[in-house]
Ligand binder design. Structure first.
Ligand code: MRU
Length: 351
């Protein structure tokens, strides 16, 4: 079977718009959206229409190219001020994934540099850089897939949490890269997919991607992972990440840290798959990572036909948690497999 890669984010005609698949409608509706509007771009990230750390970074690149491409001023200082304001606005849409600020800083740097040749040059350079960020991510995912595959075996049962597949990145994805590549090469994997409450990225997105790729996929509720491990169904856990601190502490979708604790108890390898763009050497430990807190209604009523809790009941809805580096077996990156001690080894790979 050959996996056919798709790009879920791209420029629209003449690079005047950004086009993206609305992930909130999956798996029931495959709907593409197109926008050149700043508020809609912000909302697309905030509402998780575009989600997953690398995908948010790629999207932000295209958004800044589209927004700056429409600047009317001929004054370069004014253009730079507009650029910074737009970038700061998009950056405020979600706090945890470092890829967002990483991509925006990168766009700002090239825009500022090219402005010396004038506004048209800066606009062209921004469009080029957005495509470059995307192309680099495709290459990084492919490389992660190759490295990851060296750690998996034909017939393995693999547990996933959240979604770090092609939807969340580009082409092969991070977490699903070795699985898609291995399947292409004739290996068989048995995938166990945590549904990932409260927003069900596992049920809605990961199982959709794996099922469509013809891979043996079993959806489980989050609280079933421990039993599956105990029953010997799981040979490795694969997750993505939104930010890796300098010491290896890793932020990812809420519930990841509990899965890591379980994997540790059952002596199952726990692998974090991520590109270089997710490593944040400026953040010392997980304590310093800002965890996004989302609307309580996502727990009380979203994805239910009727509210599933009393309207006024208090809810705590952190979108991410931090997995302590001591629970991570290895990081599978585009530059190789990084094993402990993470504080020195991550810096070695990413500096
Ligand atoms: O809230 P989400 O759906 O954006 O959370 C996404 C995750 O936690 C992913 O695992 C992470 O961003 C890595 S995507 C390669």
């Amino acid at each position: 079977m050959e996996y056919l890669p798709t790009d879920y984010i791209r420029f629209g005609d003449n690079k005047k718009t950004v086009v993206f698949l609305d992930q909130t409608l999956l798996p029931n509706r495959v709907e593409w959206k197109e926008t050149a509007n700043r508020t809609e771009m912000y909302e697309a990230i905030r509402a998780l229409k575009v989600r997953g750390a690398p995908a948010i970074g790629i999207f932000a690149g295209y958004c800044m190219a589209v927004l700056s491409g429409a600047y009317q001023t001929q004054n370069v200082h004014e253009a730079m001020t507009l650029f910074k304001t737009d970038a700061a606005y998009l950056n405020s849409s979600r706090p945890t994934a470092v890829n967002l600020s990483w991509a925006l800083k990168r766009m700002e740097k090239v825009f500022a540099g090219a402005l010396r040749q004038g506004l048209d040059a800066a606009k062209a350079r921004a469009a080029e850089e957005a495509e470059r960020i995307h192309e680099e991510d495709i290459a990084m995912c492919r490389s992660i897939a190759e490295y990851g595959l060296t750690l998996l075996h034909d017939g393995d049962g693999l547990l996933t949490h959240c979604n770090a597949g092609p939807l969340a990145t580009s082409r092969y994805g991070t977490q699903l890269g070795p699985v898609l590549l291995g399947t292409e090469r004739g290996l068989t994997f048995h995938m166990y997919v945590d549904e990932t409450r409260p927003l069900l990225q596992g049920a809605r997105l990961t199982s959709w991607e794996l099922y469509n790729a013809g891979i043996d996929t079993t959806l489980i509720c989050d609280n079933m992972a421990g039993l599956c491990m105990k029953e010997g169904k799981i040979q490795a856990v694969l997750v993505g990440t939104d930010r890796v601190a300098a010491n290896g502490d890793t932020a990812n979708k809420i519930g990841t840290s509990s899965v890591a604790v379980l994997a540790n108890y059952y002596h199952i390898p726990f692998y974090v798959l991520c590109p270089a763009s997710t490593f944040d050497g400026a953040t010392a430990t997980g304590e310093d990572i800002v965890i996004e807190e989302r609307n309580p209604d996502e727990i009380r009523e979203m994805h239910y036909r009727e509210p599933m809790a009393p309207k006024g009941v208090k809810c705590y809805n952190p979108a991410f948690d931090v997995t302590d580096h001591s629970l991570i077996t290895a990081f599978i990156t585009d530059r190789g497999i990084v094993r402990p001690p993470f504080d020195t080894n991550l810096r070695h790979y990413f500096s």
